[in-house]
Design a protein around this ligand. Sequence first.
Ligand SMILES: *Cc1c(COP(=O)(O)O)cnc(C)c1O
Length: 399
Amino acid sequence: MSDSEWIPYGKQDINQQDIDSVIEVLRSPWITQGPAIERFEAKVANHCGAKYAVAVSSATAALHIACLAAGLQPGDWLWTSPNTFVASANCGLYCGAQVDFVDINPRTYNLSIAELERKLAQAERTSRSPKVLIPVHMAGQSCEMEQIAALSRKYGFKVIEDASHGIGAQYQNKHQNKYQNQPVGDCRFSDMTVFSFHPVKIITTGEGGMVVTNNPDLYEKLIRLRTHGITRNQNLMVGDPHGTWYYQQLELGYNYRITDIQAALGASQMDRLTEFVQRRRDLAKRYDRLLKDLPIALPWQHPDTLSSWHLYIIRLQLKQISLSHSQVFDALRSAQIGVNLHYIPVHIQPYYQNLGFKWGDFPAAEQYYREAISIPLFSGMSEAQQDRVISTLTRILSK
Ligand SMILES: *Cc1c(COP(=O)(O)O)cnc(C)c1O
């Protein structure tokens, strides 16, 4: 089998227009903090229907400054899903806050609204209510944001959507019996939304991330935190400026800037966002059709969501399969199918176990972890490649 080509689970899609835009920046006076960043920010804000966008060096940096802008500090709690990349939880620890998790809904793999409600009621009694909640739109399928927003009003926490998987997705909340098609990132039900532009995600800048918001105060804070806590805005300064060269550091910020080189790539990729997501949706639908008779659970879609399909995740029905989860996984990799597993529950990482978490704390996320496999899906995938994934999986599962 080793003579067949490796099919990765995800892969960037770069065309000549992308390359030309990067070269143009390299020949221009600015290779960082120039006009491409504003262009990229405007395209993302415009796509989302959000007022403001702040591009940064990664989604991890975006999550960090979003938490700081939300006022997260030592003594506070941040809650997120255990079924996510470690960055969604680490950002709370960067701020000196404590982190806790809300177990997942076994159908959507997003944090469970019932579990969130139960935990909020309990936390209120013990004065451990969260300051910030980070719902993660797993695989590009939006969380139930309308319900989350209602709970945030009731309990007074801030909401930062981790939409690292979700640029190009929609959330359709039903209003007066009519569906409204809303892009993920419009922040109608949250304070801020974060995107990642790592090469495996929907669009890429190499490394990069963004925060979008409709709140001007949060926007001003994010802009400062991205660059050392420094401002040149005289209205925000303490006392009078010393001269036209003057700037002030108002808080402790970071160098989380993205370069113009990267932003030019991002702006160019945004032109193909709709096409990328449409291709992913078509491939996902084809998987749905061609895998439906196998002993696996296919990705269930909540009727209020239209996923961007960052990932196509299957769950093995192990009682009907003679191989174990890791045997199926390894057999796929041996056949050059680049499967992956999203995610190892964050709370069982050794670092988090040292903070007191243990196996058994979030059983739905753990059960999911024992069965889940992400199979290849990317916009440049051909039907022939997809057919090979399907036939290989079919062969392995019939053993
Ligand atoms: C990729 C990812 C991140 C981190 O993104 P970077 O841009 O690599 O920092 C955070 N959260 C989730 C859910 C992700 O998938």
